[in-house]
Design a protein around this ligand. Structure first.
Ligand SMILES: NC(=O)c1ccc[n+]([C@@H]2O[C@H](COP(=O)([O-])OP(=O)(O)OC[C@H]3O[C@@H](n4cnc5c(N)ncnc54)[C@H](OP(=O)(O)O)[C@@H]3O)[C@@H](O)[C@H]2O)c1
Length: 271
């Protein structure tokens, strides 16, 4: 099956591109806000699309809400229409940030109430592609080394810990952290499979502090990580407190698939 990945140069995109036979495009190929991309995609002729491209940085979405809407919502709606007209399967990569963090755990039927411009633009994108009969995969906070040129949150943490610099990480904010590798595997399986609607892809509930302690322990310096509080940091937008996600649909759509624990993956990342 010919699968096309949008956002192939991104952190998730680089993991998606590791799979055999997957084709990718990024902004260097075409800008999704420029309708000329339709001709480009017609030439590739994919049978399924994993739509990972997004304006994904939360501060960027806050400072450029029109651009966030153009990329995350309007371009997704146009891509969804293109797919619908050609019978191409679309998996829209969404986020746990569509929830407000006050009623975890969230399953696929939970009410989405985003607190940020990013979350709102992704939710509008979700709604557009769901109306077209596509699949939305809401992914939790992804963790792991970046394969491309940029650095991930995980990479920055490891750089600091390896340099012996103390770090303070939120103890009172939780995410169902999942590795980029596990999320990419699940998304490609979803693209090759069937089923529409919403599905959640998340790992076990962890705070950034707990994640940092796991890393630091593996590096032999757990004392470098201290527990920070959300109230210590003023944020321009409210931060969801607990975005733990569970799934009612995982067994149906991804039989046998299970995200690995961080404890299982960290030693290989640090090796
Ligand atoms: N990171 C997370 O923890 C997380 C969690 C849940 C969901 N998600 C979702 O997962 C997806 C990937 O996230 P990520 O962290 O890998 O993002 P990322 O590293 O910021 O990558 C975003 C990708 O989108 C492309 N892109 C941005 N604007 C574009 C445009 N106008 N036209 C064409 N391509 C454009 C970028 O191309 P350039 O490189 O050329 O800019 C890049 O390839 C996003 O949909 C995000 O909402 C992420």
């Amino acid at each position: 099956m010919k699968i096309l990945v949008t956002g192939a140069s991104g952190k998730l995109g680089c993991y998606l591109m590791k799979a055999q036979g997957v084709e990718g495009c990024s902004r260097r190929s075409f800008d999704l806000t420029d309708p000329a991309w339709e001709g480009y995609l017609d030439k590739i002729g994919p049978q399924a699309v994993v739509h990972s491209a997004a304006l994904s940085a939360i501060p960027d979405c806050l400072s450029r809400p029109e651009q966030a809407d153009l990329v995350n919502h309007q371009a997704s709606a146009r891509l969804g229409r293109w797919c619908l007209q050609r019978g191409v399967r679309l998996v829209y990569v969404s986020t746990d940030m569509v929830f407000d963090g006050e009623s975890a755990p969230y399953d696929e039927t939970s009410l989405a109430l985003p607190l940020s411009e990013y979350g709102r633009s992704k939710l509008r994108g979700e709604q557009a592609v769901l109306e077209q009969g596509h699949l939305v995969a809401r992914v939790a906070l992804m963790v792991g080394p970046a394969l491309g040129s940029g650095q991930s949150y995980y990479d920055q943490l490891v750089v600091n810990l390896r340099a012996g610099r103390p770090v303070s990480l939120f103890q009172d904010e939780w995410r169902g952290m999942i590795s980029y590798a596990d999320a990419a595997e699940a998304l490609l399986r979803l693209a090759a499979g069937s089923g529409t609607g919403v599905v959640h892809l998340a790992g076990p509930r962890l705070s950034r502090y707990e994640m940092g302690r796991l890393l630091a322990a593996q590096l032999g310096s757990p004392e470098l990580v201290s527990a920070g509080q959300r109230s210590d940091h003023a944020a321009p937008e409210p931060r969801p407190r607990d975005l733990t996600m569970v799934s009612r649909r995982r067994q149906e759509l991804l039989p046998g698939w299970q995200p690995r624990s961080m404890e299982e993956q960290i030693p290989a990342w640090l090796a």
